[in-house]
Design a protein around this ligand. Structure first.
Ligand code: NAD
Ligand code: TYD
Length: 351
């Protein structure tokens, strides 16, 4: 039995990952360390909350005493760091918390992981650390080309800058101490349990409530979409087979313009739920400040070296996702109450 700390496990990707791992393996005990910010929701983990291999601890990755005590109490083999402030728009209005969690939190986790890695294995065995990062650290692409692991880091938003800061600290621990770390840099995820501030669940939620569908700028910015379960399988593969110190880009060549995504969702809901959901709901609004034009991942390295392939095409994944939100309207209503309401009513006023 091996124990892993999964941070940010009550968020979108972290909760999908915990469910994926507990369903796939019996030999891992998972400790979910999550602060439960507005984006964390234990409801996401209802299906595993009674699993004897799962333990939830509420806390901050910046809290060194707490993180140290987890290492003291449990024989930790892996740390997988999902915990982050993750929304670009929020980083534009409130950048400081992004630096705290995404840079200082990462530094704290690494520092403590290193202490126990040195203790456990005389520098040979022990803790492996995996940083879950993003393609946004590479900045923005023109009309051609893809992000490779060797593409220079060139972040623009406070979110992507803070993720880059985290990545560079992880790299420093590999370069300096030869600590066994990996960094995964994935493209935009979509699927169940994504908080409704991100494009796909926001559009689904607004359309069902006959609210405007805000499209930033000309709607032609491009994101490269990956179904969340494929991201989970990539992390699983890197955790088990990733070469120490290596970065792996994760993506499946599913580039789409934002307006295409919005119209796809309208098309599905108009046909299957309510014919009055149509293009008239679309509202072009002021562009995001510093809006990156295009992201596109070259996933050749993870395919070639680790044999990872995504299983879900965008066409299948988006239908599964919309269906999930339709089947889980209570989940959506719960996450769109409280802080979220206040935050977004102030944003929409600006628009
Ligand atoms: P999310 O916002 O849905 O979840 C983040 C989780 O982290 C929440 O449960 C929150 O409570 C927790 N958290 C925040 N600050 C914390 C702190 N200081 N200590 C402990 N827990 C804290 O985010 P997500 O979309 O699931 O993203 C997870 C990770 O994957 C992030 O690191 C993000 O940068 C990365 N990523 C996301 C995407 C994407 O499309 N969503 C793509 C590539 C990489
Ligand atoms: P988002 O889901 O916030 O992810 P990221 O900014 O990390 O890529 O946004 C995806 C794209 O959709 C991005 O180009 C911004 C755009 N967008 C809108 O046009 N309207 C919206 O309401 C939101 C949230 C995003």
């Amino acid at each position: 039995m091996k124990t892993m700390i999964v941070t940010g496990g009550a968020g979108f990707i972290g909760s999908n990952f915990i469910i994926y791992m507990l369903n796939k393996y019996n030999e891992y005990k998972i400790i979910n360390l999550d602060k439960l910010t507005y984006a964390g929701n234990l409801e996401n983990l209802r299906s595993v909350q009674d699993n004897e291999n799962y333990l939830f601890v509420q806390g901050d990755i910046c809290d060194s005493e707490l993180v140290d005590s987890l290492f003291q109490k449990h024989d930790i083999s892996y740390v997988i760091n999902f915990a982050a402030e993750s929304h670009v728009d929020r980083s534009i209005t409130d950048p400081e918390i992004f630096v705290k969690t995404n840079v200082l939190g990462t530094s704290n986790l690494l520092n403590i992981a290193k202490k126990y890695w040195e203790k456990n294995g005389e520098f040979k065995e022990g803790v492996k650390y995996l940083q879950v990062s993003t393609d946004e650290v590479y900045g923005s692409l023109g009309e051609t080309g893809y992000f490779m692991e060797t593409t220079p880091l060139d972040p623009h938003s406070p979110y992507s800058a803070s993720k880059t800061g985290g990545d560079l600290i992880v790299k420093a621990y590999a370069d300096t101490y030869k600590m066994p770390v990996n960094i995964t840099r994935c493209s935009n995820n979509y699927g169940p349990y994504q908080f409704t501030e991100k494009l796909i669940p926001l559009i689904i939620n607004n359309a069902l409530n006959k609210k405007h569908l805000p499209v930033y700028g000309d709607g032609k910015n491009i994101r490269d979409w990956l179904y969340v379960e494929d991201h989970c399988s990539a992390i699983d593969v890197v955790l088990h087979k990733g070469n120490p110190g290596e970065v792996y880009n994760v993506g499946g060549h599913n580039e789409r313009e934002n307006i295409y995504i919005v119209k796809t969702i309208i098309g599905y809901l108009g046909e299957n739920v309510d014919s009055s959901i149509n293009d008239t709901l679309i509202k072009y609004v002021e562009d995001r400040k510093g809006h990156d034009r295009r992201y596109g991942i070259d996933p050749e390295k993870i395919k070639r070296e680790l044999g990872w392939y995504p299983a879900t095409s965008f066409e299948i994944g988006i239908k599964k996702t919309i269906k999930w939100y339709l089947d889980n309207k209570n989940w959506m209503e719960n996450v769109t109450s409280g802080d979220y309401q206040n935050y977004y009513s102030s944003m929409y006023e600006k628009i």
